[in-house]
Write a protein that binds this ligand. Sequence first.
Ligand code: ATP
Ligand code: MG
Length: 265
Amino acid sequence: MSETAAIGIRVEDVRKRFRGRGGEVLALDRVSLTAEPGEFLTVVGPSGCGKTTLLRLLAGLESADEGTVSVGGRPVVGPDPYISVVFQHGGLLPWRSVRDNVALGLSLKHHRRPTADEWDRVDQMLEMVGLKDFRHHYPAELSGGMQQRVGLARALVREPRVLLMDEPFGALDAQTRALLQEELERLWEQFHITVFFITHDIDEAIYLSDRVVLMSRRPGRIKAKMAVSFPRPRRENDPRAFPEFSHLRQQAWTSLKEELREVLQ
Ligand SMILES: Nc1ncnc2c1ncn2[C@@H]1O[C@H](COP(=O)(O)OP(=O)(O)OP(=O)(O)O)[C@@H](O)[C@H]1O
Ligand SMILES: [Mg+2]
């Protein structure tokens, strides 16, 4: 598979409002953040604080009312072939086999059927996520963890430079989740991509990331940014046992608890 250089993300002073039947909601208020090329950046924040909205702006699925969103130094004006998205529920087409679901990542990029070489890449990708033997199965015949792996394969087969992930492991059991975290770190290293990851799980955020961004309750604002400098690969040198890990977890949890208390009052 050919290598591509990672590209960075820049969000500057972004405001986003939604106007619905119930009135207007300010989802994001003057949000600024950057991810360096190849960085693993994670966003954590209370439900409804605008995390998915931020991801959709980066994916070109929404546009900002104010401020700028750019990827690789270019403003995002719509879906981009170099940006792939993985959602919480794989988003697989139930009537397509695993192999065809992964190939869809390519047909959507190139607007044509995959070539023979591309089918080879689909199979290679399925092997990398451990699903080679299941390539002719249908999504309903797979476990939740396997479906997320297919979603990941479909996102990566496009050779993206930026991978946007919205709570991709949120619906999985703890063991599957831990395994997929390890796999994600491996794939991130191998593909040299920039990852923008959303989770509610503070430990997952710290374990995976170079930096964790904490958001306030709605309207979403950036509350704090934490650098995480544990050595990699973390799957071989688990930082969760380090005292500094507990310290970061405590810091993040204290900050989030203030926001959650306000939401519940
Ligand atoms: N298409 C839309 N139309 C109207 N309001 C919307 C729309 N999308 C999001 N919102 C509102 O914007 C706010 C932020 O929503 P968003 O989905 O970004 O939150 P979130 O941080 O991802 O929450 P969660 O952790 O529950 O997934 C919410 O108040 C939501 O109701
Ligand atoms: Mg969300």
